[in-house]
Design a binder for this molecule. Structure first.
Ligand code: 13P
Ligand code: SF4
Length: 307
């Protein structure tokens, strides 16, 4: 296995050079993918890197909506999604048609759309947000109410942090949704004194028990800065690889064994090599969706991170 990875690493690095490619990996990707990536990050950080990169090709190891955001922000680059089946079930919980119908009921209420959504849905939105900037994005809007799509848990979290009235689409992340309040209570009781840092895609009853609520990159920052020696992690398993590597003196407890996103685990080193070899599958977004979705993403990128 080790030799196989070594050989694949060699091939990928060679192809990367030939293609003038940059490899981006989300914080939930397999360990070896995170290891070979030029940049690992959360959805916000990776969008910013994609927008600024001077590579000709972006190999995006993540899920479809992330590669699509890169294609919107860097339309002159070739954006590759190494495994075409890497999707996000939460993003699939809302369609552009469904949102258009909802907008008719809502009148002028601004639509804040989580980046975990299709380009078509972003195109119907006033502004995007990620888990790293949701509160600042909501507060950046005029008026006293907003409508959030598609993650109800993220929306409920934002509602606890702002004076604005928030209503939401009833989508959720099937992976984070599996963690219950009782499970979180038990893990906290079994690890007395250890802070729980959780992703805002968790259920409200889990977030109520959290000491910190952060994006995936925010969780890395918290782990580095806290003086605690044992930390409970309320997000997907893939985050543990670099948490342990960057903080060898600390212990990390995963809040639940169910915190595994199959779509984030689907991309292999073989897929990455093959995509750089064949230059397929390419993710593209057509006009007029591209310009309309870009407006919502650009507007988000002008807002600072929450912290
Ligand atoms: P982050 O933007 O915090 O990395 O989260 C993305 C995601 O899909 C979480 O499930
Ligand atoms: Fe989508 Fe949840 Fe997987 Fe993130 S963890 S990509 S929100 S299904």
């Amino acid at each position: 296995m080790r030799n196989e990875i070594k050989q694949l690493t060699k091939e990928i690095l060679q192809l990367k050079k030939e293609r003038n490619a940059v490899i981006l990996a989300h914080n939930y990707q397999r360990d070896e993918i995170q290891e070979i990536a030029d940049h690992c990050g959360d959805s916000l950080g990776l969008s910013q890197i994609a927008a600024q990169s001077d590579a000709d090709v972006i190999a995006f190891c993540g899920v479809h909506f992330m590669a699509e955001s890169a294609a919107i922000l860097a339309p002159e680059k070739t954006v590759l999604l190494p495994n075409k089946d890497a999707g996000c079930p939460m993003a699939d919980m809302v369609t552009a048609e469904g949102l258009r119908k909802k907008k008719k009921e809502l009148g002028n209420t601004p639509i804040v759309t989580y980046v975990n959504s299709s380009a078509e849905v972003k195109a119907e939105s006033d502004i995007c947000c990620t888990s790293a900037n949701v509160v600042s994005v909501v507060n950046s809007l005029e008026g006293d109410s907003v409508y959030m799509v598609p993650d109800m848990n993220l929306a409920k979290f934002a509602a606890t942090k702002t004076d604005k009235k928030i209503d939401w689409w009833k989508g959720f992340c099937p992976t984070h949704q599996l963690v219950t309040g009782n499970e979180a209570k038990k893990v906290k009781a079994d690890n007395k004194g250890a802070p729980l840092v959780a992703h805002p895609e968790c259920r409200p009853e889990v977030l109520e028990l959290a000491d910190e609520i952060r994006s995936t990159s925010g969780i890395y920052k918290f782990a580095k800065e806290t003086s605690a020696k044992k930390i409970i992690i309320g997000t997907e398993l893939g985050i543990l690889y670099r948490l342990k590597k960057e903080n060898p003196e600390k212990e990390f407890i995963l809040l639940s064994k169910n915190l595994v996103c199959p779509n984030m685990k689907i991309t292999t080193m073989e897929d990455l090599r093959d995509t750089l070899r064949s230059m397929e599958p390419v993710i593209t977004v057509r006009e007029p969706i591209l310009s309309r979705a870009r407006k919502a993403l650009d507007r988000m990128l002008a807002v600072p991170r929450d912290r």
